[in-house]
Design a protein around this ligand. Structure first.
Ligand code: ADP
Length: 549
């Protein structure tokens, strides 16, 4: 059929050529006037014409020949036997015969079957890597390679064996062993990674995602208790009422028709114990006989740094995980740190328009968490002003607790957690005396503790002192500085060096200098909003003359 068509096409081509010539001849033939002297001329002319016609015919014939050859090639191709694609598993053997001809064989997997096949002499053996797609001809000889396969099923790595093989599982939990394709031989693959397993089911050919889900949602049973937190008694009281009461006295709540809150927002400047409190809540939720609460924590910004749609999926994953864990009878706290980054007010355009889909996803998950599900969401934020109001409406994160900076009294309570009686102090010195000296120093409104000056949007300058930017985290840092200094001197002297007032005062001064330098690098507006200084309306920050000295 194809051949007939081709032949017809070729004939057509030839006819065209011949007709074209005829046409030309007809046009060029003029009536003979019979004059003898012109006969020779006329003969010569005829000769030329014949030669010309010959050429045209020859060209037409060669064209027709070309067409026929092409048609035959196409026919031959159409009749070629099918080739089989297989997965290269391993070389089986290579030998050379008396004639020096190479005889190689390779193990391949063909639709689930393992076979040893000869490798054609043209194939370069060094290029055949395990996991590659290879081509087998009709007599099942390996005749070529197609490179690495990249398609297949996605499987989760549950274990990496010592020899590098991967134990993978599908969504139903069925386990399989897969080898690494050669291009993954040196890749870092770990538990929780997702890999593509090729169609033969033998090779992991690509790592598609890191341990994202596992990494994003940290799960722990925290060992922080409310007793470890200094100076936040009132706030702790409020959160205990909001969270512990309904969890631990569910019956009473039901009897009095009281609806437990679904979530709590802890807000305030960084480093003041929001995370500590959330952990302590999870820790304290160990009802009689129950194991401790589960603390699932995610950082807002990490959820955001994902592909389009990925954040929404991860939010679903987190809540599913929470429900699964709660179904086991343990109370679950879902802690979302830096919540403002994820749940920004929609339509602000601050982070493109991702929030327009993330916020609704979060809301629908929140609405799906029945308060009796044992799941409680605790959000933390330094920028509560940025959070979409829908997130804070009743039935969602409706309990809002401000975790502010410590004043001198709270600072003393916090320091008491880090300067404990059991440490080596100078003889006769009591920790609470040292703490008293420290807080007086830290909170003194003197030039030595003046961090910077800030200008508000009215153009007025006012001083900022170390105490104004103090936090639990910084207090701990100061104590750690002093302790580090004591450890270093102890190493030098070969015996325990006592912690004394001088060491702590030096630590306060170091912390002051560092804070002062850091403040000057900050963006004024951003800094004032995060730190809650100057009502978020600071337009400029400058180092005051004395502080610089
Ligand atoms: P954030 O408010 O940013 O969540 P964190 O709770 O993570 O702050 O606090 C950071 C660290 O600072 C804590 O791990 C702890 O060492 C220390 N810290 C902060 N506030 C307190 C506090 N009130 N009592 C004891 N330590 C505190």
């Amino acid at each position: 059929m194809i051949a007939d068509d081709m032949a017809a096409e070729a004939d057509g081509g030839m006819d065209d050529a011949v007709n074209g010539t005829d046409g030309g001849e007809a046009a060029g033939t003029s009536p003979d006037d019979g004059a003898a002297p012109r006969a020779a001329d006329s003969l010569a002319l005829d000769n030329d014409r014949l030669r010309e016609r010959n050429h045209v015919l020859a060209r037409a014939l060669s064209r027709a020949g070309d067409e026929l050859r092409k048609a035959r090639a196409r026919m031959a191709q159409a009749m070629e036997p099918p080739l089989t694609l297989a997965t290269m598993v391993a070389m089986d053997g290579v030998r050379f015969d008396d004639q020096g001809v190479r005889h190689a064989s390779a193990g391949v997997a063909v639709s689930g079957r393992r076979m040893i096949v000869p490798v054609s002499a043209e194939v370069e053996l060094s290029k055949l890597a395990p996991g590659d797609v290879v081509v087998l001809n009709d007599s099942m000889a390996l005749v070529g390679r197609r490179g690495a396969s990249r398609l297949g099923r996605v499987r989760r790595v549950t274990r990496v064996l010592d020899d590098g093989r991967l134990l993978v599982s599908d969504s139903s939990g069925t386990l399989d062993l897969a080898d690494r394709a050669s291009r993954l031989s040196d890749a870092v693959v770990g538990e929780g990674d997702s890999v593509v397993v090729d169609s033969s089911g033998r090779f992991a050919v690509e790592v598609v995602s890191g341990r994202e889900d596992a990494d994003l949602v940290l799960e722990e049973t925290p060992d922080v208790s409310f007793d470890d937190i200094g100076g936040l008694d009132e706030q702790i009281g409020r959160i205990r009422d909001a969270v512990e009461l309904p969890f631990l006295h569910r019956g009473l709540f039901e009897r009095y028709g009281l609806r437990p809150p679904k979530g709590v927002l802890l807000y305030g400047p960084p480093g003041n114990g929001k995370t500590l409190i959330a952990k302590a809540v999870a820790h304290s939720l160990a009802g009689p006989g129950a194991a401790g609460g589960v603390f699932l924590s995610v950082k807002g910004p990490e959820l955001l740094n994902k592909y389009v749609g990925e954040s929404e999926r991860l939010i679903r994953v987190i809540f599913r995980r929470a429900r699964e864990r709660a179904a086991g009878g343990r109370p679950v706290i879902v802690f979302i740190d830096e919540m403002d980054s994820l749940l920004r007010t929609r339509g602000t355009g601050v982070s493109s328009d991702v929030e327009t889909t993330i916020v609704p996803q979060f809301l629908s998950e929140m609405d799906g968490v029945d308060a009796l599900d044992n799941v409680m969401v605790i959000g933390a934020s330094n920028r509560v002003d940025m959070i979409d109001p829908a997130v804070l409406r009743p039935g969602r994160l409706d309990v809002k607790i401000r975790i502010g900076r410590p004043g001198a009294d709270e600072a003393a309570a916090i320091l008491g957690h880090y300067l404990t009686e059991d440490l080596p102090f100078e003889p006769g010195v009591r920790p609470d005396e040292l703490i008293g000296l420290m807080t007086a120093d830290i909170y003194s409104r003197t030039e030595e503790r003046r961090v910077c000056d800030v200008r508000d949007d009215q153009g007025r300058w006012s001083p900022v002192y170390l105490g104004d930017v103090m936090s639990g985290a910084v207090l701990r840092n100061i104590v750690d500085r002093a302790k580090t200094a004591a450890v270093k001197s102890s190493i030098l002297r070969g015996n325990d060096v006592a912690i004394g007032a001088g060491m702590l005062a030096a630590a306060v001064r170091e912390e002051f200098l560092q804070t002062r330098d850091e403040v000057l690098d900050a963006d004024p507006r951003e800094w004032s909003r995060i730190n809650g200084i100057g009502d978020g309306r600071v337009t400029a920050i400058r180092r005051n003359a004395q502080g610089a000295a």
